[in-house]
Write a protein that binds this ligand. Structure first.
Ligand SMILES: [Zn+2]
Length: 304
């Protein structure tokens, strides 16, 4: 191959002498090769440097994200511990309430019932993590499942307690636990006595409470009026109320009757006024309590 030459002519602006030289084509090719290789090497280093910078940034971001996640995990653990302690306090109150409501007290294992069941958090979500991070997430997941189980048991227990309290309240409101008058003057107790009208010795299965004609007579518990009659018999105008749970109350010698058979009455509702109708030696109310048909001492149910 023939050698080719190039002439290089340099013409300065200042009017100095023109300079010229001759360049061999092989030399020019060699120069270009060197420049190209130098460019490729520089490019490699520049690109490599940027890749390294980008990787470092990503790595630092990852470290920072990991730190934040660890902080979140620590905070989550603390929150779960606090919730667990609060739930334990609720469980203790639950036990106390069960005792007050005369219910069976659940043992501690029952409050933990359901633990070990199906995990609420899908562990596959963090299956790609490793080491402490994975263990921490698994423990948190387990704690959440435990808390949810305990809350379910607690919710059910409180529901039972609420139901029992309402039932107890209904029973309390249906139990005659007071006297039907504002006056507590007992003129004849639940005892043997000589009948003031007949003079015969008899057991008086009620209490007689003295007062003024027209004094208000109240129902002593919630119930339904089963009898309200104007009568000239021994008890005169008389009201009888059925309260449920085996209880009935009877109010005799009334002056006026203010209720009708079948009427629902509330504790303390006025059912009549005091009088002396029937066989009565003075103004009073004859008050009797029946429990499953037996007349019992009303004073035992009365707590002033
Ligand atoms: Zn009496």
């Amino acid at each position: 191959m023939a050698n080719h030459f190039f002439s290089l002519v340099i013409v300065p602006d200042s009017g100095s002498d023109i300079k010229s030289g001759i360049l061999n084509i092989k030399f020019i090719s060699f120069l270009f090769c060197i420049l190209f290789i130098t460019f490729i090497i520089c490019l490699f280093f520049v690109v490599g440097y940027h890749i390294k910078l980008s990787q470092e940034r990503e790595f630092n971001n990852l470290i920072s994200t990991m730190d934040r996640l660890h902080n979140h995990i620590d905070k989550s653990k603390k929150i779960l511990n606090t919730l667990s302690e609060k739930l334990l306090s609720v469980q203790n109150n639950d036990m106390a309430l069960r005792k007050i409501a005369f219910m069976d007290v659940l043992d501690k294992d029952m409050y933990e019932a359901g633990i070990g069941g199906h995990a609420l958090v899908d562990e596959a979500l963090f299956s790609n993590f490793s080491g402490n991070f994975k263990d921490d997430l698994r423990l948190i997941s387990l704690d959440i499942t435990k808390l949810a189980s305990r809350l379910n048991v607690q919710e059910e227990s409180l529901g039972e307690i609420n139901e029992k309290f309402q039932k107890n309240q209904k029973e309390i409101n249906s139990t005659p636990s007071q006297l039907p008058t504002n006056s507590y003057r007992v003129t004849s107790g639940y005892s043997w006595r000589r009948n003031p009208i007949t003079g015969k010795r008899e057991f008086h299965r009620a209490v007689d409470l003295g007062g003024k004609r027209g004094d208000r007579i109240h129902a002593t518990a919630n119930g339904v009026v089963i009898s309200a009659k104007i009568s000239h018999g021994a008890l005169g105008n008389c009201v009888r109320i059925r309260h449920g749970y085996g209880y009935e109350t009877l109010y005799g010698h009334l002056n006026e009757i203010k209720v009708k058979p079948g009427q629902q009455v509330k504790k303390n509702e006025i059912i009549g006024t005091m009088g002396a109708t029937g066989r009565a030696s003075g103004v009073h109310v004859h008050y009797a309590i029946l429990h499953f048909g037996d007349k019992i001492n009303p004073m035992k149910y009365f707590s002033p």
